[in-house]
Design a protein around this ligand. Structure first.
Ligand code: ADP
Ligand code: MG
Ligand code: MG
Length: 247
């Protein structure tokens, strides 16, 4: 699904990723853990194609195509979904409008017809219900005044609607209480735990991994993967700290 080889990237001219190599097979959930400043968010932004993040060496192949040859909107149309640590607020645009435009942009990118308003509302309501979210909430402006948990639930609704092949979720657990964490974990499992989908779950803490059990855990430190293991590596990191494990 995703093969990253010897990835080097700079932000504002500063090298942040320094030879990162990682493979996420189809049907697997991989966690990336690492200390603050390791380059975790940078990796997510580089894969998403955020302006200002420059790839200076290496490659990334997504579902058989050169990811870096695609524009960000083409990556979304190809089935890549990015969830961010700090979801943006968009005053003046309702969440429903935002979701509908995101979905229709993806469909146009695939040469598919847009959904009618009625079809879209049905889909959005069904996804909101799955995530235990009141669909009325989606009439409000995007993320404006949403709690941390509401933002993440709404993002899971978005992920359900976009039905990506690969989801890259950056610290999707940050700032969540236990109930929201469980709901988000259940959302990730129900939407993405499938033989034809993959997840790259970026997290600083082990607790989300109690709900979404990873097939592999990788430690990112100094802009590269310094260690990989099974789910038990997350517990080891929690116990012993990054300094010990990543040394
Ligand atoms: P993590 O998500 O693992 O905490 P980040 O990817 O956010 O790490 O940051 C990695 C490093 O890149 C940090 O040293 C950070 O200060 C630096 N960095 C991030 N964004 C920028 C930027 N826009 N300009 C310069 N340095 C940046
Ligand atoms: Mg950080
Ligand atoms: Mg980060």
């Amino acid at each position: 699904m995703l093969t990253i080889e010897n990835l080097h990237a700079t932000v504002g001219g500063k090298p942040i990723l320094n030879g990162l190599t990682l493979t996420v097979p189809t049907g697997e959930v991989h966690a990336i853990m690492g200390p603050n400043g390791a380059g975790k968010s940078t990796l997510a932004y580089v894969l998403g194609g955020r302006p200002g993040y420059e790839v200076t060496d290496g490659s990334a192949t997504f579902d058989g195509v050169d990811l870096f040859a695609l524009e960000p909107h083409e990556r979304a149309a190809a089935g890549l979904f990015l969830g961010f640590q700090y979801p943006v607020e968009i005053p003046g645009v309702s969440y429903l409008q935002f979701l509908r435009e995101s979905l229709n942009a993806q469909r146009r990118g695939r040469g598919e017809a847009e959904l009618s308003g009625a079809e879209f509302i049905k889909l959005a309501r069904a996804q909101a219900a799955t995530l235990g979210m009141d669909a009325e909430m989606l009439k409000r402006p995007v993320n404006v005044g949403f709690s941390g948990g509401e933002k993440k639930r709404a993002e899971m609704v978005q992920m359900g609607i976009m039905a990506p092949k690969l989801a890259i979720l950056d610290e999707t657990d940050s700032g969540l209480d236990i109930d929201a964490l469980k709901a988000v974990g259940a959302g990730i499992n129900s939407i993405m735990r499938s033989p034809d989908k993959s997840v790259l779950l970026i997290t600083h803490y082990q607790r989300l991994l109690d709900y979404v059990r990873p097939d592999r855990v990788h430690v990112l430190s100094g802009g590269r993967i310094v260690r990989s293991g099974g789910a038990e590596l997350a517990q080891e990191l929690e116990r012993e700290g990054y300094a010990e494990v990543a040394a």
